[in-house]
Design a protein around this ligand. Sequence first.
Ligand SMILES: NC(=O)c1ccc[n+]([C@@H]2O[C@H](COP(=O)([O-])OP(=O)(O)OC[C@H]3O[C@@H](n4cnc5c(N)ncnc54)[C@H](OP(=O)(O)O)[C@@H]3O)[C@@H](O)[C@H]2O)c1
Length: 241
Amino acid sequence: MKLIIAGSTGFVATEIIRQAISNPAVTSIIALSRRETTPPPNAGADASKLKSVVCNDFSNYSEDVKKELAGADACIWTIAVGISKVKTMPFEEVRKICLDYTVTGLETICPLGSKPFRFLYISGSNTTRDQTKKPLFMPDYSLVRGEVENRVLAYAKESNGAVVSCLAKPGLIKRPGQTAISGGIFPAIARAVLGVPSVELIHISATLIDQAVNGIEKDALLCDDMTRIGSKAFANLKPSS
Ligand SMILES: NC(=O)c1ccc[n+]([C@@H]2O[C@H](COP(=O)([O-])OP(=O)(O)OC[C@H]3O[C@@H](n4cnc5c(N)ncnc54)[C@H](OP(=O)(O)O)[C@@H]3O)[C@@H](O)[C@H]2O)c1
């Protein structure tokens, strides 16, 4: 299968790429980003199936970029402003990157792909879909991320089966070997006080690839789902050669 990974230079995408390279069911990986994507250092010999595609404008894809995206079977969308970076830019910019880029990505990429096309979107556990609510924690951000979820779900519903979507809803994503303390003060507080659920990086990555390849179990996956699906899928992965 041909798999698009959007936001391919990011933290989660790098692990998805590393695992997708080792997965024989994935025959072609399009790494879509605003800058060049290099194969992870430990990627092994199969890294030749990775192609870096640079998109200069996520509001308006060039014909060259569209050609590279055509004929894919699935897309894992990771482009967003993470919670820790929200305060580093004007909120209109956060909204554009999180919402507008995702909707344009859906509308551009899905029609170019096979049917049914699988669109997997990494969201978060702190999202508010009901746009009339005023959540207590980071309200504007929570509402925008909830609006993206609404748009992804609606797009798939209105496609009459041409597009199947999946929302991955992690709380904290833990690096290999990360403990409550090594993750930093915010993750430690979040886990201890706010009860934010967590999932291992290897498990969310393995889950998304599994769902892209084998089909989507349900339209929203929580941390427990991803630990269950991802630990099984990761155990079946052949080591990189
Ligand atoms: N990391 C976590 O613990 C965590 C927890 C819960 C949910 N999530 C969610 O998981 C998803 C992926 O997270 P991550 O940690 O992998 O994020 P990340 O490392 O910040 O990667 C984000 C990707 O989006 C791209 N991007 C950001 N701004 C862009 C822009 N203006 N134009 C084009 N591309 C842009 C980045 O490109 P550059 O590399 O060029 O900046 C990168 O490829 C996000 O939706 C995040 O909210 C993450």
